[in-house]
Design a binder for this molecule. Structure first.
Ligand code: KG4
Ligand code: ZN
Length: 356
């Protein structure tokens, strides 16, 4: 079976075609993955402007879907289903994808499969690498989320922990902004960090030892927090301006801040991930989501996996940031589990990820 995936939760309009292989170990193969990025539009504003995002999705969606079908050399009649991101994300952006997918499903008579955006990120690991040895602990780390999930059975995702404040990608973007770097900040900080001294600036590592009062079912000590780190970078940058001249940091100093910030973020993410993997006797660990494109995070995951003798998994770079291929893959798994959307499916900007 061949499925069309559609993703419009934030600022990328994406459509992709994924095919089932019939091989249980490597269930899916990518036929096409088209992404129309809106970065150039939002860069001017230093962040995603929701209204501009939804308008651009409307302009791009038809062309992106047609291109995904033609790249895969399939027509509507070759498809077995359509998968779409239902949430979470920006409501105006989600609505464009959901409305398009509903209309396409109604016109073609194809079943529609609703997909949770984070499940898409988790399944990007399987699309890339085949089924993971289970149980697996997966870190989903993006601009909106930093969460650990336990995957004990295929298609079942248990939330173990998440950030209490900023997501890691959000911290990258905010630090880039306060250093006067461009948008999105993650890739820029990543690049500059490679030339800096990662011990030059002393920054705090946050460890949460107390339970989260808002979610008492989570123990809390695997949770993340990045707002203190972001504030520490802000204080450092302001504190350097002792003579009040607001002289910009030198290139070298900016690189040092980036490297020091990146060391703390990556160490925190990796430590928590492997803590969880030990606690839950995981047979593998993975990292997915936009920040999984980070060069130091990728290198550190591999190094720690080798040291601890546990297999590690990452999506390829084009499957790390938002894309419809992961939505198509997750859609296939859900379709095979018998899940399809009702006719009145609606976008849900705060869609919860059902446990089990
Ligand atoms: O998954 P994604 O494309 O969108 C969300 O669902 O949020 O993630 C985007 C986030 C942004 O915050 C971006 O700065 C970050 O991923 N990101 C990176 C890198 N590439 C993208 N962060 C650190 N290093 C990178 N190389
Ligand atoms: Zn995402």
């Amino acid at each position: 079976m061949v499925i069309l995936g559609i993703e419009t939760s934030c600022d990328e309009t994406s459509a992709a075609v994924v095919e089932e292989t019939g091989d249980a170990g490597r269930p899916w193969t990518l036929r096409s993955n088209v992404i129309a990025s809106q970065v150039a539009i939002h860069r001017e504003w230093g962040g995603v402007v929701p209204e501009l995002a939804s308008r651009q999705h409307i302009r791009d969606i038809c062309g992106v879907v047609e291109r995904a079908l033609s790249d895969a050399a399939v027509g509507w009649s070759d498809l077995g289903a359509i998968a779409v991101t239902q949430g979470p994300g920006l409501v105006g952006s989600l609505l464009v994808g959901v409305a398009f997918a509903k209309a396409a499903a109604a016109a073609t008579g194809l079943p529609l499969v609703p997909v949770h955006h984070l499940v898409g990120h988790i399944e990007s690991l399987v699309l890339q690498n085949g089924e993971l040895p289970l149980p697996a602990v997966v870190l989903v780390v993006s601009g909106g989320h930093t969460s650990l999930y336990l995957v004990a059975r295929p298609g079942h995702y248990d939330l173990l922990s998440r950030t209490r404040d900023d997501a890691a990608g959000e911290a990258y973007d905010k630090v880039a902004k306060l250093l006067g770097l461009g948008y999105p900040g993650g890739p820029i900080v990543d690049r500059l960090a490679r030339t800096g001294d990662d011990r030059a600036v002393r920054l705090p590592v946050t460890r949460l030892t107390h339970a989260d009062r808002n979610a008492p079912e989570l123990k809390g000590d695997l949770d993340f927090s990045f707002s203190g780190l972001k504030t520490a970078v802000l204080r450092y940058v302001r504190g350097r301006d002792t003579d009040g001249t607001s002289a910009p940091l030198s290139e070298r100093e900016v690189a040092d801040v980036c490297a020091s910030f990146q060391r703390v973020v990556v160490t925190t993410l990796i430590d928590r991930l492997f803590d969880a993997s030990r606690r839950f006797n995981a047979k593998s660990v993975g990292i997915a989501g936009g920040v999984s494109a980070n060069s130091r995070l990728r290198a550190e995951l591999e190094a720690q996996g080798l040291r601890r003798e546990i297999p590690t998994f990452l999506p390829g770079l084009s499957l790390s940031t938002d894309n419809a291929a992961m939505i198509a893959a997750a859609g296939l798994r859900r379709f095979r589990a018998g899940i399809t959307a009702p006719d009145n499916l609606n976008a849900d900007p705060s869609l919860p990820l059902q446990v089990g």
